[in-house]
Design a protein around this ligand. Sequence first.
Ligand code: FES
Ligand code: FES
Length: 151
Amino acid sequence: MFKLSINGTQHDVDVEEDTPVLWVLRDVLGMTGTKFGCGIAQCGACTVHLDGTPVRSCQLAVGDVGDMAITTIEGIGATPAGAKVQKAWMELQVAQCGYCQSGQVMAAAALLAQTPTPSDADIDAALAGNICRCGTYVRIREGVKHAAALT
Ligand code: FES
Ligand code: FES
């Protein structure tokens, strides 16, 4: 049994210690906002925050989480940076099919929490690991800049 802090709520989950957090979120807790893309840390669709740092939940074993706080796309809007990113995403209609977008939003929110006014290079570096098959990269970059300009 593991105790996980997810979006400020404690959850008891009865899984093996090597179960990836992505499986716990989606299959055990029914939090399906975090997506399964590749399963091998290559696409970023499964990005969540661990104590504010973006991580690939498909490669994060539940036994390695400990007391660290998990934030998912369901909870990121409660953070200042996450709220700005979600607002900007809506205003600019960044998403196309949407499949990669929760991971993109999580990466963008982590960037803005650390770097409130990122350069193009900062944005490219922060989002380089998040793949979008629809090719929304230009709108993602504009979305991050728009979010940074929101007060
Ligand atoms: S599903 Fe985790 S990085 Fe692709
Ligand atoms: S919006 Fe479709 S994969 Fe990114």
